[in-house]
Write a protein that binds this ligand. Structure first.
Ligand code: GAR
Length: 217
Protein backbone atom coordinates (compact mmCIF):
# COMPACT_ATOMS: atom_id res chain seq x y z
CA UNK A 1 0.00 0.00 0.00
CA UNK A 2 1.25 3.50 -0.73
CA UNK A 3 2.04 5.94 2.07
CA UNK A 4 -0.88 6.81 4.35
CA UNK A 5 -1.84 10.45 3.96
CA UNK A 6 -1.40 12.64 7.01
CA UNK A 7 -4.76 14.18 7.91
CA UNK A 8 -5.50 17.08 10.24
CA UNK A 9 -9.03 17.43 11.60
CA UNK A 10 -10.20 20.97 12.35
CA UNK A 11 -12.85 21.28 15.04
CA UNK A 12 -14.56 23.95 17.12
CA UNK A 13 -16.61 21.89 19.56
CA UNK A 14 -17.55 18.43 20.76
CA UNK A 15 -15.85 16.53 17.94
CA UNK A 16 -18.11 13.54 17.42
CA UNK A 17 -17.25 13.42 13.72
CA UNK A 18 -13.61 13.68 14.73
CA UNK A 19 -14.11 10.60 16.94
CA UNK A 20 -15.57 8.69 14.01
CA UNK A 21 -12.62 9.60 11.80
CA UNK A 22 -10.08 8.66 14.48
CA UNK A 23 -11.81 5.33 15.02
CA UNK A 24 -11.99 4.53 11.29
CA UNK A 25 -8.34 5.43 10.75
CA UNK A 26 -7.30 2.78 13.28
CA UNK A 27 -8.05 0.13 10.64
CA UNK A 28 -4.74 -1.09 9.24
CA UNK A 29 -5.96 -0.74 5.64
CA UNK A 30 -7.25 2.82 6.09
CA UNK A 31 -5.41 5.03 3.58
CA UNK A 32 -4.96 7.97 5.97
CA UNK A 33 -3.72 8.55 9.49
CA UNK A 34 -5.09 11.23 11.78
CA UNK A 35 -1.87 13.09 12.49
CA UNK A 36 -3.28 16.19 14.18
CA UNK A 37 -6.43 17.75 15.61
CA UNK A 38 -6.62 21.54 15.69
CA UNK A 39 -9.27 23.68 17.31
CA UNK A 40 -9.82 27.42 17.01
CA UNK A 41 -11.37 27.21 20.49
CA UNK A 42 -8.90 26.06 23.16
CA UNK A 43 -11.77 24.87 25.38
CA UNK A 44 -13.33 22.61 22.70
CA UNK A 45 -14.29 19.28 24.23
CA UNK A 46 -12.97 17.49 21.15
CA UNK A 47 -9.39 18.56 21.86
CA UNK A 48 -9.27 16.74 25.18
CA UNK A 49 -10.79 13.64 23.57
CA UNK A 50 -8.21 13.67 20.77
CA UNK A 51 -5.40 14.05 23.27
CA UNK A 52 -6.74 11.13 25.29
CA UNK A 53 -6.79 9.10 22.07
CA UNK A 54 -3.08 9.77 21.65
CA UNK A 55 -3.40 12.22 18.75
CA UNK A 56 -1.26 15.37 18.54
CA UNK A 57 -3.41 18.41 19.26
CA UNK A 58 -3.08 22.16 18.82
CA UNK A 59 -5.24 25.14 19.68
CA UNK A 60 -5.02 28.20 17.44
CA UNK A 61 -7.29 30.65 19.21
CA UNK A 62 -8.85 32.91 16.58
CA UNK A 63 -9.69 35.53 19.22
CA UNK A 64 -6.07 36.57 19.73
CA UNK A 65 -5.55 37.49 16.06
CA UNK A 66 -6.32 40.83 14.44
CA UNK A 67 -8.12 39.24 11.50
CA UNK A 68 -9.02 36.06 9.69
CA UNK A 69 -5.89 35.90 7.59
CA UNK A 70 -3.53 36.40 10.57
CA UNK A 71 -5.32 33.51 12.30
CA UNK A 72 -5.07 31.36 9.19
CA UNK A 73 -1.37 32.09 8.68
CA UNK A 74 -0.70 30.71 12.18
CA UNK A 75 -2.90 27.73 11.45
CA UNK A 76 -1.05 27.13 8.19
CA UNK A 77 2.30 27.10 10.01
CA UNK A 78 1.00 24.49 12.47
CA UNK A 79 -0.28 22.35 9.60
CA UNK A 80 3.00 22.62 7.71
CA UNK A 81 4.99 21.80 10.84
CA UNK A 82 3.04 18.55 11.08
CA UNK A 83 3.50 17.81 7.36
CA UNK A 84 -0.25 17.56 6.80
CA UNK A 85 -1.49 16.36 3.39
CA UNK A 86 -5.25 16.65 3.79
CA UNK A 87 -7.67 18.61 6.00
CA UNK A 88 -11.04 17.47 7.34
CA UNK A 89 -13.30 20.18 8.72
CA UNK A 90 -15.51 18.54 11.35
CA UNK A 91 -17.77 21.05 13.03
CA UNK A 92 -15.19 23.79 12.38
CA UNK A 93 -17.25 26.94 12.71
CA UNK A 94 -14.98 29.61 11.18
CA UNK A 95 -15.35 30.95 7.69
CA UNK A 96 -12.09 30.55 5.79
CA UNK A 97 -10.58 33.08 3.40
CA UNK A 98 -9.89 32.38 -0.28
CA UNK A 99 -6.18 32.54 0.57
CA UNK A 100 -6.37 29.63 3.02
CA UNK A 101 -8.73 27.63 0.84
CA UNK A 102 -6.30 28.15 -2.06
CA UNK A 103 -3.54 26.50 -0.02
CA UNK A 104 -5.70 23.37 0.30
CA UNK A 105 -7.43 23.18 -3.07
CA UNK A 106 -8.88 19.67 -3.49
CA UNK A 107 -7.17 18.73 -0.22
CA UNK A 108 -9.82 19.99 2.23
CA UNK A 109 -13.10 18.23 3.04
CA UNK A 110 -16.08 19.47 5.02
CA UNK A 111 -19.12 17.73 6.43
CA UNK A 112 -22.38 19.64 6.30
CA UNK A 113 -25.60 18.55 8.06
CA UNK A 114 -27.90 18.76 5.03
CA UNK A 115 -28.21 17.42 1.51
CA UNK A 116 -26.39 20.18 -0.33
CA UNK A 117 -27.12 22.27 -2.27
CA UNK A 118 -30.21 22.46 -0.05
CA UNK A 119 -29.88 24.20 3.30
CA UNK A 120 -26.47 25.80 3.17
CA UNK A 121 -25.50 27.66 6.34
CA UNK A 122 -26.75 27.18 9.87
CA UNK A 123 -29.86 25.68 11.55
CA UNK A 124 -30.27 23.12 8.78
CA UNK A 125 -32.56 20.77 10.72
CA UNK A 126 -34.97 23.51 11.79
CA UNK A 127 -35.09 24.77 8.21
CA UNK A 128 -35.63 21.29 6.76
CA UNK A 129 -38.64 20.83 9.06
CA UNK A 130 -39.95 24.30 8.27
CA UNK A 131 -39.75 23.58 4.52
CA UNK A 132 -41.50 20.25 4.95
CA UNK A 133 -38.92 18.17 3.09
CA UNK A 134 -39.33 14.40 3.34
CA UNK A 135 -35.68 13.52 2.89
CA UNK A 136 -32.83 15.20 4.72
CA UNK A 137 -29.25 14.17 5.40
CA UNK A 138 -25.60 15.12 5.24
CA UNK A 139 -22.93 15.82 2.68
CA UNK A 140 -19.15 15.55 2.52
CA UNK A 141 -17.69 17.92 -0.06
CA UNK A 142 -14.45 19.56 -1.09
CA UNK A 143 -14.14 23.09 0.23
CA UNK A 144 -14.21 25.99 -2.23
CA UNK A 145 -14.34 29.71 -1.44
CA UNK A 146 -18.13 29.84 -1.62
CA UNK A 147 -19.63 28.67 1.67
CA UNK A 148 -21.09 25.13 1.63
CA UNK A 149 -20.41 24.71 -2.08
CA UNK A 150 -17.81 22.54 -3.75
CA UNK A 151 -17.68 19.11 -5.38
CA UNK A 152 -19.73 16.54 -3.46
CA UNK A 153 -17.88 13.36 -2.48
CA UNK A 154 -20.72 11.51 -0.76
CA UNK A 155 -24.14 12.01 0.76
CA UNK A 156 -26.33 10.07 3.16
CA UNK A 157 -30.07 10.56 3.46
CA UNK A 158 -32.55 10.03 6.27
CA UNK A 159 -36.33 10.14 6.07
CA UNK A 160 -38.11 12.98 7.86
CA UNK A 161 -40.79 11.69 10.24
CA UNK A 162 -44.02 13.34 11.34
CA UNK A 163 -42.85 13.20 14.94
CA UNK A 164 -39.46 14.80 14.26
CA UNK A 165 -38.17 17.80 16.16
CA UNK A 166 -34.94 19.55 15.14
CA UNK A 167 -33.24 17.52 17.89
CA UNK A 168 -34.47 14.08 16.81
CA UNK A 169 -33.72 14.84 13.18
CA UNK A 170 -30.26 16.12 14.08
CA UNK A 171 -29.54 12.95 16.02
CA UNK A 172 -30.50 10.70 13.08
CA UNK A 173 -28.49 12.79 10.64
CA UNK A 174 -25.50 12.76 13.01
CA UNK A 175 -25.55 8.94 13.06
CA UNK A 176 -25.21 9.02 9.29
CA UNK A 177 -22.48 11.68 9.46
CA UNK A 178 -20.40 9.31 11.56
CA UNK A 179 -20.69 6.62 8.88
CA UNK A 180 -20.37 8.93 5.90
CA UNK A 181 -17.29 10.96 6.79
CA UNK A 182 -14.92 8.00 7.23
CA UNK A 183 -16.18 6.51 3.96
CA UNK A 184 -15.69 9.77 2.11
CA UNK A 185 -12.21 10.22 3.57
CA UNK A 186 -11.34 6.68 2.52
CA UNK A 187 -12.43 7.42 -1.03
CA UNK A 188 -10.43 10.62 -1.26
CA UNK A 189 -7.31 9.45 0.56
CA UNK A 190 -7.09 6.25 -1.48
CA UNK A 191 -7.11 8.28 -4.68
CA UNK A 192 -10.24 6.45 -5.85
CA UNK A 193 -12.03 9.60 -6.93
CA UNK A 194 -11.18 12.56 -9.10
CA UNK A 195 -12.65 16.03 -9.31
CA UNK A 196 -13.94 17.00 -12.75
CA UNK A 197 -15.49 20.44 -12.72
CA UNK A 198 -18.03 20.40 -9.92
CA UNK A 199 -18.35 16.60 -9.88
CA UNK A 200 -16.43 13.93 -7.99
CA UNK A 201 -16.13 10.90 -10.22
CA UNK A 202 -15.06 7.35 -9.58
CA UNK A 203 -16.87 6.70 -6.33
CA UNK A 204 -18.85 3.80 -7.79
CA UNK A 205 -15.73 1.73 -8.46
CA UNK A 206 -14.20 2.56 -5.10
CA UNK A 207 -14.04 0.05 -2.23
CA UNK A 208 -16.93 1.71 -0.44
CA UNK A 209 -19.43 3.53 -2.61
CA UNK A 210 -21.06 6.87 -1.95
CA UNK A 211 -24.10 6.26 0.22
CA UNK A 212 -27.76 6.93 0.13
CA UNK A 213 -29.09 5.42 3.34
CA UNK A 214 -32.73 5.93 4.22
CA UNK A 215 -33.08 5.22 7.92
CA UNK A 216 -35.47 2.47 8.95
CA UNK A 217 -38.57 2.61 11.14
C1 GAR B 1 -21.99 18.32 12.79
O1 GAR B 1 -23.36 18.04 12.71
C2 GAR B 1 -21.50 18.94 11.49
O2 GAR B 1 -22.13 18.43 10.36
C3 GAR B 1 -21.86 20.38 11.71
O3 GAR B 1 -21.57 20.63 13.05
C4 GAR B 1 -21.71 19.44 13.79
C5 GAR B 1 -20.44 19.20 14.55
O4 GAR B 1 -20.58 18.13 15.44
N1 GAR B 1 -21.14 21.25 10.83
C6 GAR B 1 -21.60 22.37 10.36
O5 GAR B 1 -22.69 22.82 10.65
C7 GAR B 1 -20.65 23.10 9.45
N2 GAR B 1 -21.32 24.22 8.83
P1 GAR B 1 -19.32 17.38 16.00
O6 GAR B 1 -18.39 18.46 16.61
O7 GAR B 1 -19.87 16.49 17.07
O8 GAR B 1 -18.67 16.65 14.88
Amino acid sequence: MSRRLRVAILISGRGSNMDALIEAARAPDFPAEIALVVSNRPEAAGLAKAKAAGIAVAAVDHKIYAGREEFERSLQIVLETHAIDLLCLAGFMRLLTPWFIGQWRERMLNIHPALLPAFRGLHTHERALAEGVKIHGCTVHFVVPEMDEGPIVAQAAVDVRDSDTPQTLAARVLEQEHLLYPRALRLVASGAVSVVGNRVLGAASAPEPALIVPSSG
